[in-house]
Design a protein around this ligand. Structure first.
Ligand code: SAM
Length: 280
């Protein structure tokens, strides 16, 4: 195991602090510091950035982010047992790590960090998707973050980067790719984690675009995409009936065949449709 700092190995940290993994908190820990350093490197250059980490747990990724030179890290962790572990890391990196014990869904990171801000996390699946959707749908664009480096179940990661016409293509792909560049940065087998989850995982890296790729009102686009994919097997003229009474005309105006299904409609076409719907 790599020595990236003067702190004890993660297995010892877990044993000393009795951090037995809790299923209810989705705890699957990464104990290989080589691996956590590699994930931290996927976040890009950290030296001029503050980093928001969600769910540091025993701190493997936190240590990676600090060793990679993050200006400052704010870690938000729900499990109070992690407090002493984070204190120990904070002592090894004076003035660079602060943490909040609480639910990431309730904490406003902007009270603690200064832009540019990168976000990095290895999170439980349900919280991860909810946070991703939040980060992708702020009231204004560009958002407070410049990049997201997030571990997901591989199946969810594939949905974020999916292309039209594929099974994984849906709301998450449109939402993410409309305003960010997305790529799979790493794939990880279950054995990389302790305890090992049932499924494979992947790290997705998203870089916020300065402005959306195509013009559209965020709320209208979101409504059109949700309606289209909620009934993805139906033709758009049927699935989007509730969006506008004359939806067939609007689909045609956007250059989309009313008999198409949402899964074959690309991002640019969805944005054209959102504009046609918003045209009143
Ligand atoms: N980052 C550590 C690692 O890679 O070894 C831990 C990853 S583990 C998959 C997920 C972490 O998120 C756990 O430490 C868990 O306690 C924490 N967590 C779960 N739900 C959370 C929430 N709503 N807010 C903040 N942290 C949460």
């Amino acid at each position: 195991m790599a020595q990236i700092d003067t702190l004890p190995p993660l297995a010892d940290v877990i044993a000393e602090n009795q951090l037995s993994a809790k299923k209810s908190l989705g705890q699957n820990f990464l104990l290989d510091l080589n691996l956590t350093a590699k994930i931290a490197r996927q976040a890009g250059s950290l030296t001029d950035c503050d980093v928001l980490e969600i769910g540091p747990g025993p701190g493997g990724l936190t240590r990676g982010l600090l060793a990679e030179g993050a200006r400052r890290v704010l870690a938000i962790e729900k499990d109070p047992r992690c407090g002493p572990v984070l204190d120990q890391i904070s002592a090894a990196y004076p003035d660079r790590l602060s943490y909040v014990i609480g639910d990431a869904l309730d904490v406003n990171p902007l009270e603690h960090l200064t832009p540019p801000i990168r976000i990095a996390a290895n999170l439980p699946y349900n919280v991860g998707t909810e946070l991703l959707v939040r980060w992708l749908t702020p009231p204004e664009w560009p958002p407070f973050w410049s990049s997201l480096t997030l571990m997901f179940q591989r199946e969810v990661a594939m949905r974020i980067v999916a292309e039209p016409g594929s099974k994984a293509y849906g709301r998450l792909a449109v939402l993410a790719q409309w305003r960010a560049d997305t790529r799979i940065a790493m794939s990880l087998p279950p054995e990389a984690f302790t305890p090992a989850p049932k499924v494979h995982s992947a790290v997705v890296h998203l870089t916020a675009l300065p402005k959306p790729r195509f013009e559209a009102d965020a709320k209208v686009l979101s409504r059109v995409v949700a309606a289209g994919f909620n009934q993805r097997r139906k033709m758009l003229r049927a699935s989007l009936k509730g969006v506008a009474p004359d939806i067939e005309d609007r689909l045609i105006a956007a250059g989309i065949k009313p008999t198409e299904r949402a899964e074959t409609v690309g991002l640019e076409q969805f944005c054209a449709l959102a504009r046609a719907v918003a045209a009143g």
